[in-house]
Write a protein that binds this ligand. Structure first.
Ligand code: PHE
Ligand code: CO
Length: 296
């Protein structure tokens, strides 16, 4: 264990930012957070909790409360772990920054979720390229309290180890699945569309945009469709995929992906903003009046 964890951020080069990977597991240096760090957490937490009721799925909000996260101060991983481990067997671990893919998959496959120990600077409140403590903890961790989602994340980790062994194309297909579900997924509840993706719930701008803007496509979940679809990492998404519930996600991802990877290797990728004739498209851009089972 490091006694002085590093803050590993993307590197600014003349070709733009490049990701830097770090493998170390670190003890959360909780006593070293500054008043400004705690204040950043408080501000972001309060701001998101103000807009998320009615936008984030009910499971997310209930789980966040049940875990004991509050706006008062940056949570201690050790305290959250007492609740999380008892509920679904997941454990949070501190990391310095992005992990290499195989390390990341291996942690998930063993129900360990890596959380960046450091929080963004005040000038990065509205936008930061790399995942920080706020994105990881506020965005990803609550749904690990949900038994079905907790199982999905572990299955994803195992699938990742497998895809890594198959090759770069398989890995790209699987990464797109993570992107369009765990990071940017929408879910249909009885009263309309809601957010469950961590990349959306941790962003005020995208939480509103994903549900209310008329600009992006919202397309019914389709595993192979997602695996073929490119994505943007430097702007709001052009397309969101909508699941009917976590059970649908579990069922659709249960089969062995090997034959799917082989089939997709023969096909072109689709642009992020494309809509196909066969897509089930959700038309409305407002929070109200989303299609119900009767009219889709
Ligand atoms: N069924 C997938 C496979 O065979 C594993 C997986 C499960 C991947 C859930 C993602 C999510 O590779
Ligand atoms: Co993330």
């Amino acid at each position: 264990m490091n006694s002085q964890p590093r803050r590993v951020e993307n590197l600014q080069t003349d070709k733009g930012k490049v990701p830097v990977y770090a493998t170390g597991i670190v003890e959360q240096p909780w006593d070293d957070y500054s008043a400004a760090d705690h204040d950043t957490w408080s501000q972001l937490y309060a701001r998101q909790r103000e807009i998320l009721p009615g936008r984030a799925c009910d499971e997310f909000l209930a789980a966040q409360d049940a875990m004991g996260m509050t706006p008062d101060r940056i949570p201690k991983f050790s305290e959250l772990n007492q609740v999380l481990t008892a509920t679904t067997g997941w454990t949070l671990m501190g990391v310095e920054g992005l992990l290499p893919e195989l390390d990341f998959f291996d942690h998930l496959a063993n129900r360990r979720f890596p959380v960046t120990w450091w929080i963004r600077r005040p000038d990065q409140i509205d936008y930061i390229e790399e995942p920080d403590l706020f994105h990881d903890l506020f965005g990803h961790v609550p749904l690990l309290m949900n038994p079905m989602f907790a199982d999905y994340m572990q299955a994803y980790g195992k699938g990742g180890v497998k895809a890594h062994g198959i090759g770069a194309d398989a890995l790209q297909n699987l990464t797109r699945l993570y992107w369009y579900t765990v990071e940017f997924g929408l879910i249909r509840q009885a009263d309309g569309l809601r957010i469950f993706g961590a990349g959306i719930v941790s962003s005020k701008g995208e939480s509103i945009y994903a549900l209310e803007s008329a600009a992006p496509n919202r397309i019914g979940f389709d595993l192979e469709r997602i695996m073929r679809t490119r994505y943007r990492i430097d702007s709001y998404q052009k397309t969101y995929f909508v699941i009917d519930g976590f059970e649908q996600l579990m069922r659709a991802t249960e089969p062995d992906f090997s034959p799917i990877y082989a089939r997709l290797a023969e096909q072109e990728s689709l642009p992020a903003g494309k809509v196909l004739d066969v897509d089930k498209v959700y038309q409305r851009g407002s929070g109200e009046g989303w299609p119900t089972d009767a009219d889709v």
